[in-house]
Design a protein around this ligand. Sequence first.
Ligand code: SIN
Ligand code: FE2
Length: 212
Amino acid sequence: MMDLFSFDQPSRLDIAEGAVLLVGRALVGEEALLAALDTVVAGAPFRHMVTPGGFTMSVAMTNCGRAGWVTDRRGYRYTAEDPETGQPWPEMPGAFAALAREAATEAGFPGFEPDACLINRYEPGAKMSLHQDKDERDFSKPIVSVSLGLPAIFQFGGLSRSDRPSKVPLQHGDVMVWGGPSRLAYHGILPLKEGQHPRLGRNRINLTFRKT
Ligand code: SIN
Ligand code: FE2
């Protein structure tokens, strides 16, 4: 039931056990988040990485935090340095860490202190095939995933690749959290539709927070 006082109370949707969508949760600190994003990207520009199989990813990526997720012909891993510059990844902005911690707590996972933030940039047509986030050592911590810019359809499946995924529409400001029994759920993003976002233009930006 909607009530007159629910406007400042972002709604919350249970997607699966341990998987929660916090609708519009990132809108409160939107400007600080976008300013921090600009700073990170100035230090570590987006790049298209190559999979171990030799395919160039349609999503452009960068990272901030003590560890950054990378892929190349040698495989998937976390590195302390940006392989493009040999420099440490930019520090995780306070606004990023605070949002991740608060969203995790609201979703039922208190004490989340991410050390890695993978930043994905999708242009229309870009997609992320179904996969599990399993390059981390500690699966007791959740994944916190923030959507900015153009909308997308998130596929959220089960623990087996063949489990039929549900389709979750994600908008600017939405935050998905998955952990516990859903921590290793298969997930992905369907090819982005053409569009223009007032703040981010022809892009969708996703911030994925992890404890590696
Ligand atoms: C990912 O799984 O790394 C990206 C998810 C998203 O873009 O929402
Ligand atoms: Fe993922």
